[in-house]
Design a protein around this ligand. Sequence first.
Ligand SMILES: CC(C)(COP(=O)(O)OP(=O)(O)OC[C@H]1O[C@@H](n2cnc3c(N)ncnc32)[C@H](O)[C@@H]1OP(=O)(O)O)[C@@H](O)C(=O)NCCC(=O)NCCS
Length: 296
Amino acid sequence: MIRGKTYTPYHITALMAPKDNLRLATPADIRRMGLVMSAGFGSTLEAAWLQPYLRTLPQDSLLTSQEYVDRCMGSKGFVTVVIEDTYEPPEVQAMAEIVPDDEAREHSMYEEKVVAGMATWKFMSGSPRIGQFNDELHVSDLETLSPSRDEHKDHTRRFHSKNRDLRKKYFHGSNWFELHTLVVHPAYWRRGHGRRLLEWGIQLACIDQIELCICAADTGLKLYQASGCELLESWQLEGDEVSPKGIAGHIMRYRPQKESSNTEKDESQAEVVALSEQLAEADLGGEQNTFPKRKA
Ligand SMILES: CC(C)(COP(=O)(O)OP(=O)(O)OC[C@H]1O[C@@H](n2cnc3c(N)ncnc32)[C@H](O)[C@@H]1OP(=O)(O)O)[C@@H](O)C(=O)NCCC(=O)NCCS
């Protein structure tokens, strides 16, 4: 179903310990990542606000999620990282209302490792990281586009407008990058996957000595704060008859400490930086991505 070449991991392996279950996503992960996103966000307040008709139209939500990851994989401005875990059969039953039956059952064929969580990161226009993580852009071969009938258009517009305004207020130029999406399938929550995925971006922020921007939902707040992210401002949209609870969000920042001098970590980071510089010299692809809507 998915055309396109797989990613070359380049220097990214330097950020992933050999025993880690973390790796760069490949086009072969797109369907599974779509399922993880649908399942992970499905029961959140964010979904109740953005996709209030999700439970009657789970197939639309799944297609939207697949499209999102598909586009991330086709953009030089994004990097997508996944974490794997041993397959838990109860994940299928637990997600019965949120994920279409066929899709959920298909994943029950897996016996060993499955993608349990994912994070996408977006680099700003002008960032030397653009184009470093994917040597070949993924060409989409999704068969169907989502009609997005689960989505509430006005809620979506207001939600993204809040986040956009706050990003503009606190982040400038190209000396920052953004956690665009962080999600773990609920069957694999509280195992440290969310934290590990986040740490990957925090490590990158430290290596590059640039700030990390997060437009956070309530569900992620504790995790981000526990990992050293600073809360800059919170916002709220009042509920209505469709989504009575409304929605809240938070703009957050991770600011790297100045590097210390003589640890092993510094040495490995220096290697990564040197390699990045070589890569940046070789190819400074300048694509700026504009499409995806999902925020951390
Ligand atoms: C938020 C999310 C990514 C956390 O993933 P996770 O793999 O369960 O997180 P971890 O196991 O690494 O937890 C790390 C820490 O986060 C906090 N945390 C995670 N889930 C929590 C919960 N349900 N309630 C309170 N704290 C929680 C805790 O501090 C936890 O540390 P602890 O287990 O030592 O107490 C996951 O719940 C998720 O995908 N939610 C839906 C999507 C979402 O809201 N994404 C974030 C949007 S900003």
